[in-house]
Design a protein around this ligand. Structure first.
Ligand SMILES: [Ca+2]
Ligand SMILES: [Ca+2]
Ligand SMILES: [Ca+2]
Ligand SMILES: [Ca+2]
Length: 230
């Protein structure tokens, strides 16, 4: 993408497509008319002149932050109802939701943080240099988004996470009847989304990982996000 997008506007124009063969040939460093994965990988090693690079040395391999304390294994079913069905009862579409417009917007936002334009967020780009919420929250979001645990958040992983969490937050505020950003078991039941009281209480317990009788959004999202990725 970066190789073909000569004017760096995030789109490949007809003009750029015409030049694609030449642009791809430029990537073929050893001139064997084949592009290996190595050659396709953006160059992190010095040569950044003229690419609008930040000039900041790449420290993405250095440990930026300690991992969060892992959650205990998340139940796949509650009271005989699968977490997949539970999300459906809440009306969640999860990663399968989203209009074309929303998807396009998420991809655009992804691009703002992908400073070196290699198609993935490094910990440095997202956690260290990010501005959203707090570093600790960014670390939590980053880890939740990195579904394949390779230490980077790809565009697809980012979009998936936005689809899951934006929807989950809407459902949360929908249930938070008194609008105090805290959800009680009573509010969850009163929302009528889970008609079965036993099930509603079981779901609440599963979400309330610190067992204080209330859900706050990050706490709720940690478990919800895992259910939505099954
Ligand atoms: Ca990047
Ligand atoms: Ca990843
Ligand atoms: Ca509330
Ligand atoms: Ca709690």
């Amino acid at each position: 993408m970066t190789a073909l997008d000569a004017d760096r506007n995030g789109e490949i124009s007809a003009e750029e497509i015409k030049d694609a063969v030449a642009a791809l040939k430029k990537l073929d460093k050893n001139k064997d008319d084949k592009l290996t994965a190595e050659e396709l990988r953006p160059n992190f090693g010095g040569n950044r002149s003229g690419r609008g690079g930040s000039g900041i040395p790449d420290r993405s391999r250095a440990p930026v932050t300690q991992p969060l304390k892992p959650l205990p294994p998340v139940a796949k079913q509650i009271g005989g109802v699968s977490t997949h069905e539970i999300l459906q009862l809440f009306g969640a579409k999860g990663r399968h939701g989203g209009t074309e417009r929303e998807l396009a917007n998420y991809r655009r936002v992804f691009g703002f943080t992908d400073a070196d334009r290699d198609g993935r967020h490094s910990k440095k780009e997202y956690i260290e240099n990010g501005a959203y919420l707090t570093p600790q929250s960014r670390r939590g979001i980053f880890q939740a988004s990195d579904s394949n645990n390779d230490g980077f958040v790809s565009e697809a992983e980012y979009v998936e996470n936005r689809l899951i969490t934006d929807e989950a937050k809407l459902i949360f505020s929908d249930m938070d009847a008194n609008g105090n950003n805290r959800l009680t078991a009573k509010e969850l039941l009163a929302s009528g989304k889970l008609k079965d009281e036993k099930l509603a209480n079981g779901v609440f317990k599963a979400l309330d990982t610190n067992e204080d009788g209330e859900l706050i959004i990050p706490e709720y999202l940690r478990v919800w996000g895992r259910w939505a990725r099954h």
